[in-house]
Design a protein around this ligand. Structure first.
Ligand code: GDP
Ligand code: MN
Length: 383
């Protein structure tokens, strides 16, 4: 789960990393009163889950509350890399002496958190990595040992930070950032830029904070930060119903049981000349409740023109899934054709149940490939 800048900064603040005071605003009027209560020069910042806001004009300095209101009016509704701005962060403006870059992320290859620090901040780190890779100090932390002070010194010297006051402040920030990374089950904590003010004080001017979705059950405060409006309706419904759902951009909706089977179903749809619109993983379940939930989610996607059910019965019995499908069809009004392929435990009985029901838009196929071809054809593809 990606957090907005202001949410990441709130976590930074809780872990003792210096950030500026600020307020959230969703209207120009709120921006005005936020600036008024901060009572100083402010910066009006678009809150969108993408980078490069500065370049896109989504970050502007304001000298007065009235100017903050004007900037808010200009930034709200702006489209930044496909993200519409609905929320602003109004923050006390900082004077910038220098812009550094600091992050901790997961290096999956090494199976360890990786720190990166460079004095070339304020620009894309990828750009620095390409132009001047030596400028970036990199260091892995052994998760069992934890972050050690000598590693902080290695990073500081590696990045060429020689000023004793800067060293001391960044050392403290490194320790706190690692603490935050571990405590919040983060995948990424990035500060770009980490600024040095002209008087020498260091603080986080931006935040990119990503938390592991699988750990959200133990971070209710973070789970609640999710902006439901930024999520499409069917993804919201899937999350509420506890259905695994992924949106894609084709026309065949896919329902399977088990991640591996669902992945191969995507491939077979492609082989048949079609494109998946989305997929749902029923997991182990195939009861009516689960099928109704998944069908509701899948059909909420207006791009779906046919649905492919691909079920392999192991512990799940195909006759039960078939009853689930029939019960679901009894409860839901489904306007698109449904192709069902059942194999494995009690497949025969399952297929028979479906065939006997003889619902008009239900098609039963025996193999995965024939089912995929049928679904693609019914969706108007080129099989
Ligand atoms: P990003 O473009 O999405 O990464 O957004 P940032 O929060 O990193 O801001 C982009 C740039 O705007 C920074 O690198 C700064 O140069 C500038 N900026 C942001 N906040 C302030 C501020 O308080 N004062 C000044 N002078 N510039 C700022
Ligand atoms: Mn930034």
């Amino acid at each position: 789960m990606d957090l907005y800048e202001h949410q990441g900064k709130e976590l930074f603040r809780r872990h003792g990393i210096p950030v500026s005071e600020g307020r959230v605003a969703t209207t120009p009027q709120e921006a005005r009163s936020a600036a008024d209560s901060i009572g100083d020069e402010v910066v009006v910042k678009a809150q969108v889950l993408t980078g490069g806001r500065g370049k896109a004009g989504g970050i502007r300095l304001a000298d007065s509350p009235e100017e903050a209101r004007e900037h808010a009016e200009a930034i709200l509704g702006m489209d930044i890399n496909g993200h519409v701005v609905r929320r602003l962060w109004i923050e006390q403006a900082s004077d910038i002496g220098k812009e550094y870059y600091l992050s901790v992320t997961f290096d999956r290859g090494e199976k360890k958190p990786l720190f990166m620090l460079t004095t070339e901040g304020g620009v894309d780190i990828e750009e620095v990595a390409e132009r001047n890779a030596e400028a970036i100090a990199r260091l892995h932390v052994d998760p069992l040992v934890g972050f050690q002070p000598y590693q902080g010194r290695l990073l500081l010297f590696g990045a060429g930070i020689a000023d004793p006051s800067e060293q001391k402040q960044i050392m403290a920030i490194l320790e706190k950032l690692y603490e935050a990374f571990v405590a919040e089950d983060a995948m990424l904590c990035e500060i770009n830029p980490l600024i040095v003010e002209p008087q020498g004080r260091i603080k986080a001017l931006d935040s990119k904070f990503t938390v592991d979705d699988n750990a959200l059950y133990r971070h209710h405060d973070i789970a609640e930060m999710r902006d439901l409006e930024a999520v499409p309706a069917e993804e919201r419904a899937a999350r509420e119903k506890g259905v695994t759902y992924v949106k894609l951009d084709g026309e065949v909706g896919i329902l399977g049981n088990g991640a591996g089977l669902v992945m191969s179903t995507l491939d077979v749809i492609a082989q048949a000349g079609g494109r998946p619109a989305n997929f749902c993983d029923l997991g182990g379940g195939g009861d009516a409740e689960g099928v109704v939930d998944a069908l509701e989610v899948i059909t909420a996607d207006p791009q779906v023109r046919a649905i492919l059910f691909n079920i392999f019965g192991g512990i799940t019995r195909c006759d039960e899934v078939a009853r689930g499908i029939l019960a679901a069809l009894g409860r839901l009004e489904i306007g698109v054709p449904i192709v069902v392929r059942l194999d494995g435990t009690n497949a025969e009985e399952g297929r028979q149940l479906l065939t006997e029901a003889a619902a008009g838009n239900l098609h039963v196929e025996e193999t995965m490939l024939s089912a995929a071809r049928r679904a693609v054809e019914l969706a108007g593809g080129e099989a």
